[in-house]
Design a protein around this ligand. Structure first.
Ligand SMILES: [Zn+2]
Length: 124
């Protein structure tokens, strides 16, 4: 009898609104809270795509860094070109800060939701 409880790792009650839900639901039909993480596709096609992206993405970034003319403009004697160089540098720095900030927020949310789902497993 107790086996029934231990084998079901998925919550049968929404951790947010405490409405009863079916174990196979990924989202609560009442409040829309995330109940389970949708299973990731592991087909050969997906694997090839992921590996392809993993190879191509760093190369792509490297090619664009090489093409970035900010430094060339900054070192220019033409004051207008120098101005463009400074502006390009400012944009690059702001964009980098924003990217790291977004990664920080995303990581924090991911950790938070992992903790929440752990709490849900123990029951509220
Ligand atoms: Zn709910």
């Amino acid at each position: 009898m107790d086996n029934l409880n231990t084998t079901s790792s998925m919550p049968s009650v929404c951790p947010v609104c405490h409405q009863s839900v079916l174990p196979q639901y990924y989202f609560c039909p009442n409040c829309g809270a995330k109940l389970n993480i949708a299973p990731l596709s592991t087909t050969l096609k997906t694997q090839v795509w992921i590996y392809f992206l993993s190879i191509i993405l760093p190369i792509f970034c490297f090619l664009f860094i090489g093409k970035w003319p900010g430094n060339k403009y900054l070192k220019s004697n033409d004051p207008k070109a120098k101005e463009i160089g400074w502006f390009a540098w400012a944009l690059l720095i702001i964009s980098t800060i924003v990217t790291y900030w977004l990664i920080y927020i995303w990581t924090k949310n991911a950790v938070q939701s992992a903790q929440n789902s752990l709490n849900a497993d123990f029951g509220i």
